[in-house]
Design a protein around this ligand. Structure first.
Ligand code: MN
Length: 455
C-alpha cells in the first residue's frame, strides 16, 4: 500500500519546506519537492502543514488512583490521542511496592493490548533492593529506557538514599529518570493544618501544595543528580521558581530536561476558588494549577528552549469520580483529561498567538520527546526510513473545544468553550489512515522498544 501526500508543507524542528511525502507500507520512503507515483493513493495537502505524529511522553491510562480507576483505558485514551494528532504515547507502568518490575511490565503490556496508537512505557521505581537493581538492566534490554520516581505520594515515593542509588544504577545502564518533584513532608504538614482548621474544600488543594515546595524538591533532586553526575528529567514542571532551580543547575554544567503540560501553560489557580465543588474539583491535579506569573514564565521558557517537551499527564476521571472528595479535598482523584487536545492548544495559544513557531511546536511535541525517550529517528521526524506517522494539519481550521465533541472518556474538559485555531484533518499511523476529519478509524498500535536518550 502506497500513499502520496502532495502539495503540503513539511514541518521539522528547524523549519518548513514544501515537500511531497511517499509512504509505502509502514514507512516514509521518499520526500521530495515533487514526487510522481501513479500506483499510490494521492492525497492533496495543498495549504496544509505536515507534522510528524505527535508523541505524548506522559499519560496514565487504566490506572488505579484513590481507590478508583481512570476513565480512559488504553483503547479509549489512544483513540482520543490519535484524534488530536498524537500517534504515540509513553505511559507509566507502575508495579505495586513489593512487586517485581517484570510483573509490573507484564500487567501494563496486557492493559495496552487494545491501544489504537503506538506506545511505550516508563517504568516506575518505587522500591530499591538487589532484585530491582538487577531488573533495571533487564528493562533496558526490553526497550524500557526511562524510569519514574516520586518525591511525594507515600505509596510510591522512594527515600532519598534509594533515589540516589537508583540514579547511580541508571547511570551505569544508560537509562534516564523522570521525577515528580514536590516536598511530601511539608505538604502533609500543611494538609494537617487545613484539616484542623476545617478547610477541606478544593480551595485548600493549591494552598497545601504551593510552588516553593515544588521548587525545593526540584533543587533537592538536582543536587542529588549533581553528585551522581547524571542527567534527569523534571516532569510536569509548573512553577516559575522551579525554573530558577533548573537554571542554577544548568549554570553548574548539569544536563536537565524539562517537561511541562498544557494546563500549566493555560490555566490559573483561581479555578480552585469556584464555590461549586465539582467546578473546582475538575481541576485538582498535582502539582496544582499555578498563577498567571507562572504561566508567563513557562511560555517564555518554552519559547527560548529552556523547556524541552510538552506532555499532557493525561489522567482522566468523571465528575462522579471527582465527587468522592466532596467533604475532603485529599480524596479527590487527581488528574486532568488532555491527551486529545494538546496539539490544538499548543497551536492555538502558541503558534497562532505568535509565542512559538511551527518548528518549535514540532520540537516540543515530536523531535524532543523522540530523542529524549530514545525512539528517534523511527518516531518524531518526517524522513525516509521513519515510521509513516503524519499529521495533516489545517492551519486555517477554526473550532471550539467542548465535552460534546471529544473522544476521551471524561465527562468534561478543562478547556470547555475555548476557541481553537488549527486542527488535524487526517492522521496517519505507520501509513494507515487513523483519523479522517475527526472520525477515528480502526488501527492497531504496537509497542515501540526504546533505546538511550539522544537529546
Ligand atoms: Mn503523571
Amino acid at each position: 500500500m502506497k500513499t502520496l501526500l502532495h502539495g503540503g508543507t513539511a514541518v521539522s524542528g528547524t523549519g518548513m519546506q514544501k515537500l511531497d511525502i511517499l509512504i509505502e507500507n509502514e514507512k516514509i520512503v521518499q520526500m521530495q519537492p515533487h514526487i510522481s507515483a501513479a500506483d499510490a493513493q494521492a492525497v492533496d495537502c495543498t495549504g496544509k502543514l505536515l507534522f510528524p505524529g505527535f508523541i505524548d511522553g506522559h499519560t496514565h491510562f487504566d490506572l488505579e488512583v484513590c481507590g478508583t480507576i481512570t476513565a480512559d483505558t488504553f483503547a479509549s485514551g489512544s483513540r482520543a490521542a490519535l484524534r488530536g494528532g498524537t500517534t504515540m504515547v509513553v505511559d507509566f507502568a507502575a508495579p505495586d511496592k513489593g512487586d517485581t518490575l517484570a510483573y509490573g511490565l507484564s500487567r501494563w503490556r496486557e492493559k495496552a493490548a487494545g491501544a489504537a496508537c503506538d506506545y511505550g512505557f516508563h517504568m516506575t521505581v518505587d522500591d530499591w533492593n538487589e532484585g530491582i537493581s538487577q531488573e533495571l538492566g533487564e528493562m533496558l534490554e526490553q526497550g524500557i529506557s526511562s524510569f519514574k520516581m516520586y518525591m511525594t505520594y507515600p505509596a510510591m515515593m522512594l527515600p532519598e538514599g534509594d533515589m540516589f542509588q537508583t540514579l547511580l544504577r541508571l547511570k551505569e545502564l544508560g537509562g534516564i529518570a523522570g521525577v515528580h518533584c514536590e516536598n511530601s513532608g511539608l505538604i502533609d504538614a500543611l494538609t494537617a493544618r487545613a484539616r484542623k482548621a476545617g478547610r477541606m474544600g478544593p480551595a485548600s488543594h493549591p494552598q497545601v501544595r504551593p510552588a516553593p515546595l515544588e521548587a525545593e524538591a526540584v533543587g533537592h533532586l538536582l543536587r542529588m543528580a549533581q553528585v551522581a553526575e547524571v542527567p534527569v528529567i523534571i516532569v510536569h514542571l509548573s512553577a516559575r521558581e522551579s525554573l530558577e532551580e533548573v537554571r542554577a543547575a544548568r549554570r553548574r554544567g548539569q544536563t536537565v530536561y524539562v517537561e511541562t503540560c498544557p494546563h500549566y501553560l493555560l490555566l490559573e489557580d483561581s479555578v480552585y476558588s469556584n464555590p461549586d465543588f465539582l467546578e473546582a474539583a475538575k481541576y485538582v491535579c498535582a502539582p496544582p494549577i499555578r498563577k498567571k506569573e507562572d504561566q508567563e514564565a513557562l511560555w517564555e521558557a518554552l519559547a527560548n528552549g529552556e523547556i524541552q517537551t510538552v506532555a499532557t499527564d493525561h489522567c482522566s476521571f468523571t465528575l462522579a469520580q471527582k465527587r468522592a472528595g466532596r467533604y475532603d479535598f485529599t480524596k479527590i482523584p487527581g488528574g486532568l483529561p488532555g491527551v486529545e487536545h494538546r496539539g490544538q492548544l499548543l497551536y492555538t495559544c502558541g503558534v497562532a498567538a505568535g509565542r512559538i513557531s511551527e518548528a518549535q511546536m514540532c520540537r516540543v511535541l515530536c523531535e524532543n520527546p523522540a530523542k529524549l525517550y530514545g525512539c528517534w529517528p523511527r518516531k518524531g521526524t518526517l524522513a525516509p526510513g521513519s515510521d509513516g506517522d503524519v499529521v495533516v494539519w489545517d492551519p486555517a481550521a477554526e473550532g471550539m473545544i467542548t465535552v460534546r465533541d471529544q473522544a476521551q472518556q471524561a465527562d468534561y474538559t478543562p478547556y470547555e468553550g475555548m476557541r481553537t485555531k488549527g486542527g488535524a484533518d487526517r492522521v496517519y499511523l505507520r501509513g494507515t489512515l487513523a483519523v479522517d476529519h475527526g472520525q477515528v478509524l480502526e488501527t492497531a498500535g504496537v509497542f515501540v522498544p526504546r533505546g538511550k536518550c539522544a537529546l
